[in-house]
Design a protein around this ligand. Structure first.
Ligand code: V47
Length: 360
């Protein structure tokens, strides 16, 4: 196999195979991989680089899944365990609230002390108080859990939450689909097939979603490409995914703490290879909270067209040793994008362009 042949396929818009993905994952010529990813990015998004003004809300860290890569989760009664009553969630949404915020990103643990009605009320109350803010809430893993505790089908849960105000699903919980790796890092979590099936149902009821992959732990390059190919297959069927976000594993305070933090070359390569393999995804997002604003800016030359957003108070990665700040201002985000020669575009969750930028 030759890099030039892959480059020809990329230029002609042809789909890359599993083996070609693996070849790119292992190629010493990172700049060539990045150049190819940049061709695809430019074709799909031109000079536009997207960001959103959002706020993360992590309502509870109590979780029955006990994933080995997670430093955020606690058992109930354990030191640091919390679950926010509805009033506290509303208060946390209100802190630093401004009309510029267009999304609340709500993700938490599978807390068996809370009934399904709590999870539904979180959506209903937030929607009631902030009807114009898009609620991107609950991963496929949480949705499947709600189905078990409520006795409703997954489709019914999704319809029920949608009627309460749910706007779309975040991409978390995907981790790595491969069963062998998955059974080692998160043995109690739903399988990759189940994750994909929840997403398929969400797309069928009109809820769009993102997709993620957790990399940099014990997975092999093959597992990463397998993950991307399986996402691509579902996207062929539903077109329901908006963005793909590779998430760099943070080992601190986890049970996989012998691992190092991911390296810059792996972070950049993962984004570029994702851009190349996921030819049917419109957006590849660098989550600056995990890989730093500096690397996120560089990734704009390696296939990335979205750098997430202002975020505010992210707890999952920071529990696992992230040293990034917990928020960036709009002017910092815009400056990063402009300095890389791109045009900053403030978006809403569904990638509609919003009015001109603010400073702050
Ligand atoms: O599902 C957990 C990951 C995810 C660690 O959809 C960890 O736009 C690194 O999914 N090191 C939650 N990662 C966050 C998430 C997300 C983030 C930003 C944007 C979007 C989106 C989704 O965080 C979890 C898990 O895969 N995670 N522990 C850790 N130690």
């Amino acid at each position: 196999m030759k890099l030039e042949d892959i480059e020809r396929k990329v230029r002609e818009g042809e789909r890359l195979s599993f083996d070609e993905g693996l070849f790119l994952m292992n190629s010493p010529d990172l700049l060539a991989v990045g150049r190819m990813a940049d061709i695809v990015r430019d074709r799909k998004n031109g000079k536009k680089t997207f960001y959103i003004i959002n706020r993360h809300i992590n309502h509870t860290n109590i979780c029955v899944n006990e994933c080995r890569f997670c430093a955020f989760q606690r058992q109930s009664g354990e030191d640091g365990a919390y679950s926010m009553p509805l009033e506290e969630i509303l208060k946390s949404a209100e802190d630093n609230y401004s009309d510029e915020i267009s999304e609340f990103h709500v993700v938490g643990g599978l807390n068996d002390e809370l009934p399904y009605s709590y999870y539904r009320d979180v959506i209903a109350k937030l929607h009631e108080k902030y009807p114009s803010v898009h609620l991107q809430a609950y991963t496929a893993v949480e949705i499947e859990y709600f189905s078990r505790i409520s006795g409703m089908s997954i489709e019914k849960v999704l319809r029920n939450l949608k009627s309460a105000g749910l706007g779309s699903l975040p991409g978390g919980g995907a981790e790595i689909f491969d069963n062998t790796v998955r059974s080692k890092i998160c043995p109690n979590k739903i399988s990759g097939d189940e994750w994909l099936s929840v997403m398929e149902t969400a797309h069928a009821v009109g809820l769009r979603s993102n997709a993620t992959m957790l990399y940099g732990h014990i997975e092999r390059p093959e597992d990463r490409i397998d993950h991307l190919v399986r996402l691509r297959e579902l996207q062929d069927k539903t077109s329901g995914f908006m963005a793909f976000i590779p998430l760099a594993f943070h080992p601190k305070n986890t049970e996989i703490d012998h691992q190092h933090f991911t390296t810059g070359q792996l972070d950049i390569r993962m984004l570029a290879v994702s851009r190349l393999m996921l030819d049917n995804f419109d957006h590849i997002k660098a989550f600056w909270i995990m890989i730093s604003p500096q690397l996120s800016q560089l990734s704009l030359f390696f296939g990335v067209d979205d750098i997430d957003g202002t975020v505010i108070e992210e707890r999952i990665t920071h529990s696992a040793g992230a040293e990034t700040s917990q928020s960036l201002t709009v002017s910092e985000l815009e400056e990063m994008i402009r300095e890389a020669g791109r045009e900053p575009v403030r978006r809403d969750t569904l990638y509609n362009q919003l009015s001109s930028a603010v400073t702050g």
